[in-house]
Ligand binder design. Structure first.
Ligand code: ARG
Ligand code: ASP
Length: 716
């Protein structure tokens, strides 16, 4: 951003220059209406039809929802797909053993036969999408709320049934703008997706949790998969007879390099944003929700880190849990800081004031929307204590400790056992064994015991007394709690693999009944039951009222801003975000460049620090400056920042240049911009992108998998 002393000149310049950082995750079918002109001004050379079309192959045919929460894109005519390393992490981990430690050493299938199937993984492509608001809302006029919901559900079901064409497609109807609009999405789902290649974690996760959410960044966050289809190129279950999928469209790759202000387009599946929340909600997130969750995870992560540092086995066991726990924990901290810097509550109050003024000007509007703002005031005040209880319950009881997790698993089975058919009971039996393997492979009793002792104490101390069951209060009032926890772990079957396996083999109602005497089972069930009776009903009912109010509020905003471009919150459907290659000023007195190079990897290199231990082969390539066609003038670019509005789920998204070529793979956001799920700041919100040249360099030179590059189309 321009400095204050040249503000005036800057102002004039800005007015003349095309717009820079852009808020918004846009619906691809609506680009012509609002955005395409601006995109063209910013340098885009293609049309809306090139991005999304039902009449011809378009970019949307090459962008997949990868698994349940990432994006991936096709980069060859043989179904080769690239996504992030952290998106392929589970698959890579599942194939890793002590002898073949693909996480540590990387994995490169040398032939198609060596590509590894992943039963749990599927990818989907959007076949088409359509505004179905009229059809969904047909017949609800003058109906009471309850019957309106029934009608909406019925209409939705019908639309889905029609669109899925007897199972050929998977269809979904999703609300936008809190249900003021509905869209139908029709997907083609491929379930034979095989792992093709991944760099070692020392590249793919370089910088680890230390660098996560941060710029400058040097992570080679990519992995390759291949989609397989039946011989007639249709989606098919895994079979050795399947053949590589021949896509309608795949991305060409440009290794020409990037310049500041180059146009960038991110096309992917952003998960969730909440840009329309009122000031009270923002205040609650900043002052209560985020701090509570941060505080709980602070404690947990501290314990995990200490144990992981001491013992390599524990490090491996808890690597994935640590990364997941730390990811949101770190983001929330950036979010709070960013919201504070933006004076987010005041900013929201200002727009609410404008809304109020707009209402005052017209009696009709006031009648329609006048109740909204006072309702928020009341509802959020009621919600605050329940949100706190809900956050504690979900952070501590539901996902805080290993032992509660496994108890929860058995609690559900126990509660529903008699309602299962004997076939289902059989199925559960056979799934339990692998569940227990998975569980105990990633479990260290003394670590979990420490986490449990600390978190359960927080639960007892911080929750309002009425949200705690009596038996739990009595238990926790007993002196010398450490002993108590140790005793509980000694006695509980959930800390005893052999006994638990014994119980699980030949499971029946009688065996399940013995669980009700288990100390962990008893505490877990008591906390659960109490939460379900004292917190959940009111919490859910308030949330429902808030959603209904949000619907009216956004309808009002849409009416107020008629003609202006508005984008609906992300909801894991395909969206376009456009921006530019640009750096930013993270704070007063500092400017961040828009790219990093391999020099930075070498500067961070430190064999003593796990996250910064550069593989020797990469050091060697660096010393020889052996960058092939991926470097230029002795420089090898690694990552860059751009001003696309992205969120969780955009990981793995293609970053596309003005000509529609792939220049990078999106994988993160910068620390100063992590509040962008709630409020966007054009000055500081940047997405972090893996430069495709670094991915290709690693594939070719470090992985020796140049044959993969041969199947791509590269523009030099
Ligand atoms: N922050 C990125 C995202 O939200 C990357 C997370 C994976 N990496 C990690 N070190 N935990 O998903
Ligand atoms: N790292 C995120 C993801 O996995 C992307 C983001 O939140 O910016 O989707």
């Amino acid at each position: 951003m321009l400095r204050k002393n040249i503000l005036l000149v800057g102002f004039i310049l800005i007015a003349l220059l095309p717009a820079f950082a852009k808020e918004g995750m846009w619906i691809p079918t609506l680009l012509n209406k609002y955005n395409i002109e601006e995109m063209k001004q910013m340098g885009f050379r293609l049309s809306a039809e090139d991005i999304y079309s039902v009449n011809k192959a378009s970019m949307k045919d090459a962008v997949a929802l990868f698994g349940t929460g990432c994006t991936g894109e096709l980069i060859s005519g043989d179904g080769l797909l690239i996504t992030n390393h952290h998106c392929g992490f589970d698959a890579i981990q599942n194939h890793s053993t002590l002898e073949h430690d693909y996480l540590t050493n990387g994995f490169w299938a040398k032939t198609r036969q060596e590509e590894l199937p992943n039963p749990e993984l599927s990818v989907r492509f959007l076949n088409r999408m359509e505004d179905v608001t009229t059809q969904v809302l047909a017949g609800i006029e003058n109906q009471p709320k309850d019957s309106a919901t029934v009608i909406i559900n019925r209409n939705t079901k019908k639309l889905i049934a029609n669109a899925s064409e007897k199972g050929r497609y998977e269809a979904a109807v999703q609300p936008l703008f809190y249900g003021n609009q509905y869209f139908l999405y029709v997907y083609e789902v491929f379930s034979d997706v095989r792992l093709v290649g991944a760099p070692p974690s020392s590249v793919g996760k370089f910088g680890g949790d230390t660098d996560n959410w941060m710029w400058p960044r040097h992570t080679g966050d990519f992995s390759y998969f291949r989609i397989y289809a039946s011989r007639d190129n249709q989606p098919a279950k895994y079979s050795p007879d399947n053949v590589p999928y021949k896509p309608k469209k795949f991305f060409k790759i440009s290794i020409k390099g990037i310049q500041p202000n180059d146009f960038t387009l991110v096309f992917g599946y952003p998960g969730r944003t909440q840009e329309y929340l009122p000031s009270q909600a923002i205040q609650q997130i900043m002052e209560q929700g985020d701090p509570d969750k941060i505080k709980i995870r602070d404690i947990k992560l501290g314990i995990l880190a200490a144990d992981m540092d001491k013992d390599l086995k524990v490090r491996i066991q808890y690597a994935s849990k640590y990364a997941n726990t730390s990811n949101a924990w770190k983001k929330w901290q950036g979010e709070v800081k960013g919201l504070r810097r933006l004076n987010a509550v005041e900013a929201k109050q200002k727009s609410e004031y404008e809304f109020k003024n707009w209402l005052e000007a017209n009696a009709d509007r006031k009648k329609r929307y006048g109740e909204v703002l006072p309702a928020f005031e009341k509802l959020y005040a009621q919600l605050a204590p329940l949100t706190k209880a809900n956050d504690y319950y979900s952070e501590i009881v539901l996902r805080g400790t290993d032992i509660f997790n496994i108890a929860a698993f058995f609690e559900v089975i126990d509660a529903r056992w008699s309602s299962f058919s004997s076939a289902d009971q059989q199925k559960i039996q056979s799934s339990i064994r692998s569940k227990l393997d998975e569980y105990f492979n990633e479990y260290n009793q003394s670590t979990d015991e420490k986490v449990f002792a600390a978190l359960i104490r927080m639960y007892a101390n911080d929750m309002r007394p009425e949200f705690l069951p009596e038996d739990f209060k009595i238990l926790m009032s007993k002196t010398s709690k450490e002993d108590l926890i140790a005793k509980i772990y000694r006695k509980s079957i959930f800390a005893n693999r052999a006994k638990l396996e014994q119980l699980a083999s030949g499971l029946n109602a009688k065996k399940l009944k013995t669980l009700s005497q288990d100390p962990i089972f008893k505490i877990f069930r008591s906390l659960k039951k109490h939460f379900e009776s004292t917190v959940e009903p009111t919490f859910n009912s308030l949330q429902k009222q808030i959603d209904a109010t949000m619907k009216t509020y956004t309808a009002g905003i849409m009416e107020m801003k008629q003609g202006l471009a508005l984008w609906p919150d992300a909801n894991k459907t395909l969206r376009v975000a456009y921006g530019k290659v640009e750096g930013y000023e993270p704070m007063d007195g500092a400017t961040y460049d828009y790219y990093t190079t391999i020099e930075g990897i070498m500067q961070k290199d430190n064999p003593a620090i796990y996250d910064y231990n550069v593989p020797q082969a990469l050091r060697d390539l660096y010393h020889k400056k052996d960058y092939g066609r991926y470097g230029k003038n002795g420089q090898l670019n690694v990552c860059f920042t751009a001003s696309n509005h992205t969120t969780g789920g955009n990981s793995g998204s293609p970053v596309i240049d003005a000509n529609g070529n792939l220049i990078g793979v999106n994988f993160d956001r910068c620390w100063e911009g992590t509040m962008s799920d709630l409020m966007f700041d054009p000055d500081r919100c940047r997405n972090i992108v893996l430069d495709i040249r670094y991915a290709l360099f690693i594939t070719d030179k470090l992985g020796g998998a140049g044959y993969l590059i041969d199947e791509m189309k590269i523009e030099e």
